[in-house]
Design a binder for this molecule. Structure first.
Ligand SMILES: Nc1ncnc2c1ncn2[C@@H]1O[C@H](COP(=O)(O)OP(=O)(O)O)[C@@H](O)[C@H]1O
Ligand SMILES: [Mg+2]
Length: 344
């Protein structure tokens, strides 16, 4: 069940992250399975979009890849080298090669520091460069993200939201990362600023030969920005494949529902049968078998007993063994030829 043939940059196998839920006297009362059995690979230079509702585990995936959370199970390899497993503490050098960009850039910039100090700081930690060497790198990267040199003397509260994002990006680019995890990079920005940030990310990718994981609940952003997309539901990938294919001919009923809820992106025709039923289940009491079955209007009693795994046909994987039965592809009209060219 090989997903790709060329040698991968990132290999994620059966990755899991569970959080203990504690009650009275700090006793462990339950386990929240925020991420469960997630596997995929990425080649260098690729852009993989991750979509799914709030609480589906997108950020947990990003943070577990990055090493902010230690995996509960599974492993992560970067360039063939194991960089994360339940027993492994991540080395600082590996941390530098993989970077996570928080949605809120304020999280990475100290409000008491000038941008210059914030941009020098990672280099102070990760290198033994002289001040002059660091300053040269900081200026090079500031120019690459279009931050005027005079801004380096300013504090975070003195610059705009768009400039904060640029500074946040600069702070990680000084470390020459290979893979960047962008968690909702455009959330909370005006549409024009969003477009500018996406254009900048494209430019930076080319200039620094980057690989991106783009986490976003905005399907339009993912569609225009990532050539491949993974759809998450309650801690699992339910569908993964080339973006154009997944959006035009979704195989999983959940993907179909997500697209039906976002008609403006021009996906397949909205059919009532694919609207989501009810609310997401309590994450502490996940349904047996297929986790989506309680909201799936195509669910059958046997879905409770299914061992649901991603099954690939070419590069398109779906975690619903019954997808062929309802031949989802025949229920929608194909989208008009792409208005935006996927990237990466
Ligand atoms: N540090 C944590 N401790 C306990 N539960 C967490 C923690 N981080 C996330 N969760 C839970 O894990 C699930 C997935 O959350 P998250 O990864 O933030 O989803 P998303 O980014 O898709 O909105 C949610 O139910 C959330 O409440
Ligand atoms: Mg999140």
């Amino acid at each position: 069940m090989l997903e790709q043939s060329s040698s991968p940059l990132l290999e994620v196998s059966h990755l899991a992250r569970h959080f203990p839920v504690r009650g009275f006297l700090n006793r462990r009362v339950a386990t929240l399975r925020a991420l469960d059995d997630v596997s995929f690979t990425m080649t260098e230079g690729e852009v993989l979009g991750i979509v799914g509702e709030t609480g589906s585990g997108k950020s947990t995936l990003g943070k577990t890849l990055m090493g902010i959370h230690r995996p509960t199970g599974g492993e992560v390899r970067l360039g063939g080298e194991q960089i994360a497993s339940p027993s492994q503490k991540r080395a600082a050098l590996v941390r530098a090669r993989l970077q996570y960009v928080y949605q809120d850039p304020g999280a990475s910039l100290d409000p008491r520091w000038t941008l210059r100090r914030s941009l020098h700081e990672p280099l102070v930690i990760h290198t033994n460069w002289s001040h002059a060497q660091r300053e040269a790198k900081v200026r090079e990267i500031a120019a690459a993200v279009d931050l005027p040199p005079t801004h380096l003397d300013l504090y975070p509260h003195e610059i705009s939201g768009g400039q904060l994002r640029r500074a946040g990006l600069a702070r990680i680019l000084v470390l020459n990362p290979q893979l960047i995890i962008l968690d909702e990079p455009t959330a909370g920005l005006d549409v024009s600023v969003q477009a500018a940030i996406l254009a900048l990310l494209r430019e930076l990718k080319r200039e620094f030969n980057l690989t991106y994981i783009l986490i976003s609940h905005d399907l339009a952003v993912v569609r225009s920005f990532s050539a491949r997309v993974a759809v998450m539901y309650l801690g699992r990938i339910v569908e993964i494949g080339p973006t154009a294919e997944v959006f035009a001919a979704p195989r999983h009923p959940y993907t179909r529902s997500l697209l039906a809820a976002a008609p403006r992106i021009g996906g397949p025709r909205v059919t009532e049968s694919f609207l989501l039923l009810g609310e997401p289940p309590d994450p502490l009491q996940l349904p047996w078998g297929c986790r989506f079955r309680t909201r799936c209007c195509l669910a059958m009693p046997e879905c409770a007993g299914l061992a649901v795994q991603l099954e690939y046909e070419a590069r398109h994987g779906v975690a619903c063994p019954r997808w062929r039965q309802w031949d989802i592809r025949n229920q929608g009209t194909p989208p008009s030829p792409g208005t935006s060219v996927p990237f990466g």
